[in-house]
Ligand binder design. Structure first.
Ligand SMILES: [Zn+2]
Length: 328
């Protein structure tokens, strides 16, 4: 069983690595990874790109940064000379949507959950970053969307208030491959953009929704990091739930944010596995959890005693949920 898995892995994940020069003179290391006969993952300097190749053309998920898009387009051309007909943005962050104007220019139709377009429009209006109008998706949806393309059903579904307020996951039902967007950082503490509608609770709920859609054999393309599996998603849910519960417990014991960050054994088992070596370090991750716990525990209640009582009730619910999960 195990050796068969290794053999499959070697057969499926044939890798090509290319170094090239971008406009800014910066070297980008692009890696095109074959996941199945039709579906590929493209790694570069932004979020992981998902690609489907076939008789209908190219289907694309996310497009990294503007200054890397030419190289990405060249990588795609190496596999197929067909046009990229459709592109789905998993969320609005610049490392997933920066290539949008260049893709639109080639006639690609860009899709996203409606909040992605709203967020991008906000960025354009506030001029916080220089983004062209062409970056905007031209088709949006509220909950989900289905493509019938390259001989399979491609199911795009929104997960609420997870990494942002506009996240989508994309499931290739025939190829049995899921692209999670940034609602999964494989083996690392995730970045949760609470300023733009993200939340830890939503993040966990989003991953739980994914597990309902996929199965144990599904190959998972994360927003960042290497290919993952059903088990990796399940382990991530467990890690997030456990840390949330631990921080909640310390908060109820009147520990301050500072004290919680200094509690090193709180995250030790995950830190040892390298979870804190990614974009989000342990301290930043704990601060994010603390902020959410304090908000959740203190919502609408003024004095600390009454707040703790209310928080204790919620904590019991979390504990009960975790126990139920362990049983399953
Ligand atoms: Zn992101």
């Amino acid at each position: 069983m195990f050796s068969k898995f290794i053999l499959n892995t070697i057969l499926l994940f044939s890798v090509s690595t290319v170094f090239a020069q971008t406009d800014g003179g910066q070297k980008v290391n692009t890696k095109l990874i074959k996941v199945t006969n039709k579906v590929y993952m493209l790694q570069g300097k932004g979020g992981n790109i998902g690609l489907s190749f076939g008789k209908d053309g190219v289907f694309m998920i996310d497009d990294q940064y503007a200054d890397g898009i030419e190289q990405i387009q060249n990588e795609i051309k190496k596999v197929s000379d067909q046009p990229v007909r459709f592109l789905v943005n998993t969320h609005f962050h610049g490392d997933h949507t920066g290539g949008n104007p260049a893709m639109a220019e080639t006639g690609t139709v860009i899709f996203s959950q409606e909040n992605v377009r709203n967020r991008l429009q906000d960025v354009i209006a506030k001029e916080t970053k220089k983004i062209d109008e062409e970056a905007l998706p031209i088709v949006t949806f509220a909950e989900d969307l289905t493509f019938y393309f390259n001989g399979e059903k491609i199911y795009v579904f929104h997960v609420h208030n997870a990494h942002t307020d506009g996240d989508s996951m994309v499931y290739f039902t025939g190829s049995n491959v899921l692209h999670t967007g940034d609602v999964f950082f494989n083996g690392k503490y995730p970045y949760i953009d609470t300023e733009n509608g993200g939340s830890l609770k939503g993040y966990i709920a989003g991953l739980e929704k994914a597990l309902l859609v996929i199965n144990e054999d599904t190959k998972v393309i994360p927003g960042h990091g290497d290919m993952g599996s059903y088990k990796d998603l399940r382990d991530t849910i467990e890690m997030l739930s456990i840390l949330y519960k631990r921080v909640y417990n310390l908060y109820l014991n009147k520990k301050t944010e500072e004290e919680i960050i200094k509690t090193t054994d709180l995250t030790k088992e995950y830190d040892d596995k390298g979870f804190g070596n990614g974009f989000i370090k342990t301290e930043a991750f704990l601060k994010m959890i603390y902020k959410e716990v304090a908000q959740e525990a203190g919502a609408g209640v003024e004095d600390r005693e009454a707040r703790n009582k209310e928080a204790m009730k919620k904590y019991k619910e979390i504990e009960k949920k975790l126990k139920e999960k362990e049983k399953n």
